[in-house]
Design a protein around this ligand. Structure first.
Ligand SMILES: [Zn+2]
Length: 456
């Protein structure tokens, strides 16, 4: 079972991490959904589209990168990474299974299968390679956006089943043709030739990693998933400073991505918002927005309940999904969100530059230590004994440090009696060490000779 979601690592600023977590569906949900049970495994940290991409487009064309092009690049990057994850070795495991020595001591032949993928709507759209709230906004079926309000009608219930999104050769052909127009003939992402291929089913010109890597095994990956922003940011980046601290420059900051803003951030933005927006949108929208920004927005706006959302439509899927894969607490995105507290906790331990790799190292270390801890009871130690040993180890370690040992001493025997080592256990752990051949016998002879010499 997969989860992915982007998270903010710092209270201020835009530093974020985009982890993909994996959990095992055959582990009990009562254990799996608990943060403390370490049941969510970090399998990847997805990189964001580098800023150099929009800079390169600006350099080559002299224009700000259009939003559809950046959205396409983002989608391509996401699926390129998934193709790496679902590479040849994964295919091998998917086809033939893998032999794993499980923590209960039993060796099993396991077959990995994707059961669910929990993510928010914008992310599912990226994964399912369809358009965000396009004419057919659902990931599983072909419900027209204009019919979403029919939720509860029998015809809507039938649509969930009869008009299912299917990943077939026809669909893959459409995407391939559109990609040829873009990559071989240099047509635009939103050009008519491309749109003619894709618009009909709200598709996008990206080869789906789940489809290309797993279509042999996973007949329909859809079952797995239950405009102007760049230019806006660019305008802000071009704002020069004014006065000593009236207006500060925004540097390379992306205003559209700013989170957890303080009052001074709002002040900075509002001071120059009118020239930023001027000319950004086509008329008549430009005039409406500029007028709106000029007049103080003191009157509250009336917001009507919107029936045309994906959330409303997906209500119709619940009964069917629950009967197929179980109750929603098993695959809620909340589990993934709770796991975010770990990378957020580790982030201050990194140098905060290229931190993804450092976070991955910390995660590996934590997992390794947790696994080591798990191996202790396997040697037949009683739990309470185990806890006692741990406590002793902690104490003796701090006491050992306080005992000063000269570097010129050949060996040192601690005066403390707390640092216990179980000799049979220790010998068992080092059974393959040639230095310990006949160790116990030699030790006994040595001790006896020492006692004898004391007696004499
Ligand atoms: Zn649907």
């Amino acid at each position: 079972m997969l989860y992915s979601d982007s998270t903010h690592l710092a209270v201020f600023g835009t530093t974020s991490l985009w982890p993909v977590y994996l959990s095992f569906g055959n582990q009990s949900k009562y254990e799996r959904a608990k943060t403390t049970s370490n049941a969510l495994h970090h399998i990847a940290y997805l990189p964001k589209l580098p800023d150099q991409v929009s800079q390169l487009i600006y350099k080559r064309t002299g224009k700000v990168a259009p939003t559809p092009l950046l959205a396409h690049c983002k989608q391509e990057l996401m699926h390129a990474i998934w193709k790496l994850i679902l590479g040849d070795s994964f295919e091998e495991v998917y086809r033939h299974g893998i032999i794993i020595n499980c923590s209960d001591g039993i060796t099993r032949h396991l077959y990995s299968r994707f059961f669910t993928y929990s993510a928010d709507y914008p992310e599912k759209v990226l994964l399912a390679t369809i358009r965000d709230m396009g004419a057919y906004p659902c990931l599983q079926c072909l419900v027209p956006k204009s019919s979403i309000h029919e939720i509860g009608y029998i015809r809507d219930a039938n649509r969930h089943v009869d008009a299912a999104h299917i990943d077939n050769a026809w669909r893959r052909n459409k995407v391939e043709t559109a990609r040829k127009f873009i990559y071989d003939q240099g047509r635009g992402i939103t050009s008519k030739a491309v749109e003619d291929q894709l618009q009909e089913q709200s598709l996008v010109p990206t080869e789906n990693a789940f489809s290309s890597q797993l279509s042999k095994f996973l007949p329909n990956f859809h079952q797995l998933f239950g405009g102007k922003v760049a230019e806006f940011d660019h305008h802000f980046q071009m704002v020069p400073s004014f006065g000593t601290d009236t207006i500060r420059t925004f540097g390379s900051m992306k205003v559209s991505e700013m989170k957890k803003m303080a009052a001074r951030n709002f002040e900075d933005i509002l001071q120059c918002i009118i020239p930023i927006f001027n000319g950004l949108l086509p008329e008549p929208h430009n005039k409406i927005v500029i007028d709106l920004l000029f007049s103080t927005p003191s009157k509250p706006f009336k917001k009507e309940f919107n029936l045309q959302t994906y959330k409303i439509h997906s209500l119709g899927d619940y009964t069917d999904i629950i009967s197929k894969i179980g109750t929603t607490d098993s695959y809620t995105t909340q589990t993934g969100e709770c796991e975010h507290c770990n990378p957020e906790l580790w982030f201050p331990m990194t140098s905060k530059r290229s931190f993804e790799k450092q976070l991955a190292h910390i995660e590996h270390r934590k997992t390794r230590m947790w696994q080591l801890e798990k191996t202790i009871p396997q040697h037949g130690l009683h739990d309470s004994h185990n806890i006692q040993l741990k406590r002793l180890h902690k104490q003796s370690f701090s006491e050992q440090i306080s005992e000063s040992i000269s570097l010129f001493e050949h060996h040192h025997i601690s005066k403390l009696f707390r640092n216990l080592i179980s000799l049979p256990l220790w010998l068992h752990q080092h059974a393959k060490d040639p230095a310990l051949k006949n160790f116990l016998l030699k030790l006994k002879i040595y001790l006896l000779s020492q006692l004898d010499s004391l007696k004499n």
